[in-house]
Design a protein. Structure first.
Length: 318
């Protein structure tokens, strides 16, 4: 698990290649594009997006065109249904900076994200979304490592956070944010962590959608395994020792929980928020839509006894 720190000492400045990401600002919802020159990947938007429903979540699609050249096509949606819209409005530029530029496993790494408009003027105002101005999801390329952290807004369009990558290899980062007066955006970046790379763990669907994590027995019920359909995800939680239903879940970022979903190839990203009700368990219900067939990894995030925990599942959509 990656850890977020509050370290405030200044890092020695090092040359780091920065990435410029151009996001199309669409009227209906959000689309984005990402580029990370440090990882030698480029990105561009496709100009499609979808309508919003805050409690169902946020989704995006990023597709790889060729080796060493990644194109981020973000179809953003809430509620599992997408409406296409023509690209219009101003552009947003996002510059990613890493210090050190080539981090090693376990080494504290400062990540800076600087947002500006098409004229180069900093975008200074952002809306709070589930208690934070920005959500940053960090995953290893084989989806074995996952972290949901929250950069601090410094001002003048700049966000920063310090974290550590636990193993060597490539990581993909997904930044969610809402510029005031606009719709929710997702921007991505790729970075390679030096050091010995851990053998990739093949992603396989779970034979059983029930497991024990941090003293909690969790099961997942999915209403449909067909892509393109509205799907209900229901987590049921019980105490692993007493076997009693858990009814003392605490709000996690202002909700009973959150769900992040990624496709096996990292091109499809969904950040799903819960339905109303069941504020403390034993069930937590979410609704979304899987955009295409294939393997997806699901991370359910909850909090109990002032400690958050993550329940991962892998499913296959037809």
């Amino acid at each position: 698990m990656l850890k977020e720190t509050a370290r405030k000492t200044k890092f020695r400045k090092r040359s780091a290649a920065a990435a410029l990401i151009v996001l199309s600002l669409l009227a209906a919802s959000c689309g984005s594009a990402a580029k990370n020159e440090h990882a030698e990947h480029a990105a561009a938007t496709n100009g499609k997006e979808a309508a919003a429903n805050e409690h169902s979540g946020h989704a995006s699609n990023t597709a790889t065109n060729a080796p060493s050249n990644e194109a981020a096509e973000n179809h953003s949606e809430h509620g599992g249904k997408a409406d296409n819209a023509d690209s219009s409005g101003a552009e947003v530029k996002l510059e990613w900076q890493y210090s050190p530029a080539a981090p090693k496993p376990g080494e504290e790494t400062k990540i800076e994200m600087i947002l500006s408009d098409a004229t180069g003027k900093p975008i200074e105002k952002y809306d709070v979304n589930h208690e934070k101005l920005m959500h940053l999801i960090v995953v290893s390329e084989d989806l074995s490592e996952f972290s949901h952290i929250h950069p601090e807004y410094i001002g003048k369009g700049k966000f920063e956070v310090t974290t550590a990558f636990p193993i060597g290899g490539s990581y993909k980062l997904y930044a969610d944010f809402i510029p005031t007066g606009s719709s929710q955006k997702t921007a991505t970046s790729l970075i390679k962590v030096d050091g010995k790379k851990q053998a990739a763990q093949p992603l396989v669907k779970d034979a059983s959608l029930a497991k024990e994590v941090d003293g909690v027995t969790a099961s997942l019920d999915i209403s449909s395994l067909r892509s393109g359909e509205e799907v209900d995800l229901t987590f049921t939680l019980s105490d692993a020792k007493t076997k009693k239903p858990i009814t003392d879940l605490q709000p996690y970022l202002g909700a009973i929980g959150h769900v992040v979903i990624l496709s096996e190839n990292l091109n499809r990203y969904l950040h799903v928020h819960p339905k109303e009700g069941n504020a403390s368990g034993p069930t937590a219900e979410f609704s979304t839509s899987f955009p295409e067939p294939g393997l997806y990894k699901i991370w359910g995030q909850f909090q109990r006894g002032d400690k958050s925990f993550i329940v991962p599942f892998t499913v296959e959509l037809k």
